[in-house]
Design a protein around this ligand. Structure first.
Ligand code: S3P
Length: 449
């Protein structure tokens, strides 16, 4: 059956168009931050449209393990509301066991920042994929702030999970630092800023290109004193954070699968409702438009201090592009797997460069997308910091693997729509990391041509 899921296999038949209207889960990045700041604030935080994905459940469970009351209930209007009773900056309790971050790099790196300021020791662990991901980028600045951070040794002095973390002896404040991050990473920036809440004075982070700014927006909304000058952010330590209501916008990273699905299926048309369109995240829309995609942004508004809009995409003839600008790359960093699928359908050679970070995501997304699109008959040449994709040729259904990466699984499902015959994606349960209802929605949106 088209779009059907048996056990861990997702089977998708090619040749159908994607048509319809869809609401995607709440933004994963914003959901993590709403739980974290809600837990560290005073008073209650009410979060609507929190992502139901596994990654966000890990953050909820982490704070529950540190004594924070987080409950889910139905609002009077029938929607799901998550209520967090803030413990205040100094109210967390030592967890009784290691905190399991599962597959979530965001959970591990942001929690590392919070735990660096605590007077107790804690341990962060993760699944096989997360256990291979680089943590020196957060361990190093947190150590300079006076925290004890120990991990397992990796190659060339890398720090790998599990991470054992303890704040300075005697419950002293951390040292405020001026951190110049060698990578443009919102996780690094956020870890240092969250630790900065526990520092005396002003903590500053700068990065080579501005990464997503959800932490800055939400910290300011909760009452922290923050200054942003381009890619440089400063935060004054020791604020009182005040609980508030946060409406989480739909996740643009999840919406991107439906947009590309409509673009690459002739006759396709999809409307995705109330999606976050924060300019630090909209690189995917800019790139797709440069490829010739028909995408409309309508009903613009605001949710939880973030811009939102409805997005409409229609089947389009796509052409290859060059994606090399580091500022654009960081604004589309999570969408490269699905952009590779759009490139496979775009006439000409799409060249992606300055994207070595893709090798340090849930999987090595350069190697994995090259291998898996190759199975569908696409010629992809992998480079250390990007790929060349020869697009516009026919795709043939094949047996593929997600490599334990949710975005790879969903991208391959979209590629399969444009392929001749059936594609089987192994190890597809991972989609629940960010999008538990993906397969059911795919089945609903598939329209006979
Ligand atoms: C995220 C930041 C990005 C992104 C990840 C979510 C965040 O990672 O890839 O999916 O919520 O801060 P990096 O900071 O490693 O670039």
């Amino acid at each position: 059956m088209t779009g059907a899921k048996t056990a861990d296999l997702l089977r998708v038949k090619g040749g159908a168009a994607i048509r319809g209207e869809v609401s995607v889960p709440g933004d994963k990045s914003i959901s993590h931050r709403a739980i974290i700041l809600g837990a560290l604030a005073e008073g209650e935080t009410r979060v609507t449209n929190l992502s139901p994905g596994e990654d966000n459940r890990r953050t909820v469970d982490a704070f529950r393990a540190m004594g924070v009351a987080i409950i889910e209930e139905e609002s009077a209007q029938g929607s799901r509301v998550v209520r967090v009773t803030g413990a205040g900056l100094r109210g967390l309790r030592a967890p009784a066991a290691p905190i399991d971050c599962g597959n979530s790099g965001t959970a591990m790196r942001l929690l590392a920042g919070v735990l660096a300021g605590q007077p107790f020791e804690s341990t962060l662990i993760g699944d096989a994929s997360l256990s291979r991901r680089p943590m020196r980028r957060v361990a190093e600045p947190l150590r300079r702030m006076g925290a004890h951070v120990e991990g397992d040794g990796g190659e060339a002095g890398e720090v790998l999970p599990p991470l054992r973390i303890r704040g300075p002896a005697g419950g002293e404040a951390l040292r405020a630092i001026d951190h110049v991050s060698p990578v443009a990473s919102a996780q690094v920036k956020s870890a240092v800023l969250l630790a900065g809440l526990y520092a005396g004075g002003v903590t500053t982070v700068s990065e080579p290109a501005p990464s997503r700014d959800h932490t800055e927006r939400m910290l300011a909304a909760f009452g922290a004193e923050l200054r942003v000058e381009g890619p440089r952010v400063s935060l004054r330590g020791g604020p009182r954070l005040h609980g508030r209501t946060v409406e989480v916008p739909g996740d643009l990273s999840s919406a991107a699968f439906w947009l590309v699905a409509a673009l690459v299926t002739p006759g396709g048309e999809v409307r995705v409702n109330r999606v976050g369109v924060n300019p630090t995240r909209t690189g995917v829309l800019d790139i797709l438009r440069r490829m010739g995609a028909q995408i409309e942004v309508v009903a613009a508004g605001e949710a939880g201090g973030e811009p939102v809009a409805d997005l409409i995409a229609r089947g389009s003839d796509l052409s290859a592009v060059e994606i090399t600008d580091p500022e654009l790359v960081v604004r589309a960093i999570d969408e490269f797997p699905i952009l590779c699928v759009a490139a496979a359908r775009a006439k000409g050679v799409t060249r992606i460069r300055n994207a070595a970070e893709l090798r340090a995501k849930e999987s090595d997304r350069i190697a994995v997308m090259a291998a898996e699109l190759g199975k569908l008959g696409v010629r992809v040449h992998a480079l250390p910091d990007g790929v060349d994709i020869e697009g516009g040729g026919p795709l043939a259904g094949a047996r593929c693997r997600s490599h334990g990466d949710h975005r790879v699984a969903m991208s391959l499902a979209v590629a399969a729509l444009a392929a001749e015959g059936e594609t089987v994606i192994e190890d597809s349960a991972m989609v629940a990391t960010s999008y538990p209802g993906f397969a059911a929605t795919l089945e609903r949106l598939i329209a006979p041509r």
